[in-house]
Design a protein around this ligand. Structure first.
Ligand code: NAD
Length: 332
């Protein structure tokens, strides 16, 4: 029989967590998951229908900042490991209302680290704490170059600053207390179950509602896109095989500027859901740029490729078409 493990997953009702849980449970038959999620506007029980019926997944609705709750979960369920997704994740919201980002992303991570330290006691050198983070902590690139694990941190938004702070706390619990931590920093994800507010769902939704498709500034800001399932596979590998105290970067090798993404989606929609007249491309419009908008993110994922054998396998266009079809079902 495989080893029986109980993993605390935080934020498992959000976009990436809810894609991760079914994949992870299917791959690791001896594991069960306690999913602690506050169900903020970004989380939804409907993201968890695939695992709703299994005795290996239990959702606990609560806040990662609630020290008593987190401690009681560690005790009651004898937690063996943590995979920490929970965060406030939308950059635009962090510009308008940074307070909740500081609270959840920094204080929430601190609460989980403290609970691991207190409850795992002498075992904490063995029990894994996997912190999920973003490549945005490295700031903005110019036209060339890539982020690596050696790139100095230079976060520019309250979101990325709060994630950077949480990365540093996680790092410090390894160096100071010997906690068995790994951190993964990933580029932009796309796929099913992402909240409506994010770029790709917004483009699809506005297009089919026949509204303007809003693009920040001149649309030239570049992001690297990784299909969410590829990210989940990488997390599984790092969780099992990553070296304690190390950081791993993941990216999709799919750099596109925002305008190209919008055009790409419009062309696919013209194909799969043609309008009566004209093209969805005609709906693209430019809006006032995001404050402090980072120009470019791109990732050199050599370390995880050579060290753990992970690389993205989903081709961009077919994965995007699948994603679009998922949102077409949701929005129609
Ligand atoms: P999301 O916003 O879709 O989901 C976040 C989840 O966390 C939601 O279910 C929400 O209810 C929950 N949550 C928020 N505050 C909480 C709290 N105080 N207590 C308990 N639960 C809380 O985010 P996502 O896109 O799935 O991102 C997950 C993680 O991955 C985040 O840490 C994010 O920084 C990181 N990340 C995301 C991307 C991306 O492209 N989406 C890329 C790299 C890294």
């Amino acid at each position: 029989l495989p080893i029986q493990k109980t993993i605390l997953v935080t934020g498992g009702a959000g976009f990436i967590g809810s894609n991760f849980i079914p994949y992870f449970l299917d791959k690791n038959k001896g594991y069960s998951i306690i999913n602690l999620d506050k169900l903020t506007y970004a989380g939804s029980i409907s993201n968890l229908t695939e695992v709703a019926e299994t005795f290996r997944h239990k959702l606990i609705v609560g806040d990662i900042c609630d020290k008593d709750l987190v401690n009681s979960i560690f005790k009651e369920y004898k937690i063996d490991a943590v995979i920490h997704f929970a965060a406030e994740s939308h950059v635009d919201n962090s510009i308008k209302t940074p307070g909740s980002f500081i609270k959840t992303n920094i204080e929430g991570t601190f609460t989980l680290l403290e609970a691991a330290k207190r409850n795992w006691k002498t075992e904490y050198g063995h029990k894994r704490f996997h912190h999920i983070s973003t490549d945005e902590v490295y700031g903005s690139l110019g036209d060339t170059g890539f982020f690596t694990e050696q790139t100095p941190y230079a976060p520019n938004s309250p979101y990325s600053a709060s994630k950077a702070a949480s990365d540093f706390l996680v790092r410090s619990y390894h160096h100071t207390y010997g906690l068995n931590v790994v951190t993964s920093n990933c580029s932009n994800n796309f796929g099913p179950k992402q909240h409506d507010e994010k770029l790709i769902p917004t483009i699809i939704r506005k297009a089919i509602q026949l509204d303007g498709i809003p693009i920040y500034g001149n649309g030239k800001n570049i992001r690297d896109w990784l299909y969410v399932l590829d990210h989940c596979k990488g997390i599984d590998q790092i969780f099992h095989k990553g070296k304690a105290g190390e950081t791993y970067l993941m990216g999709g090798n799919n750099e596109y500027d925002n305008l190209s993404i919008a055009k790409h989606i419009c062309r696919i929609l013209d194909d799969v859901k043609p309008k009566k007249t004209g093209s969805y491309l005609d709906q693209i419009c430019f809006v006032k740029d995001r404050k402090g908008h980072d120009f470019r993110y791109a990732v050199d994922a050599t370390k995880i490729k050579t060290g753990l054998g992970w690389e993205p396998i989903e081709a961009f266009s077919p994965a995007l078409i699948q994603t679009i079809n998922w949102y077409l079902k949701k929005y129609s």
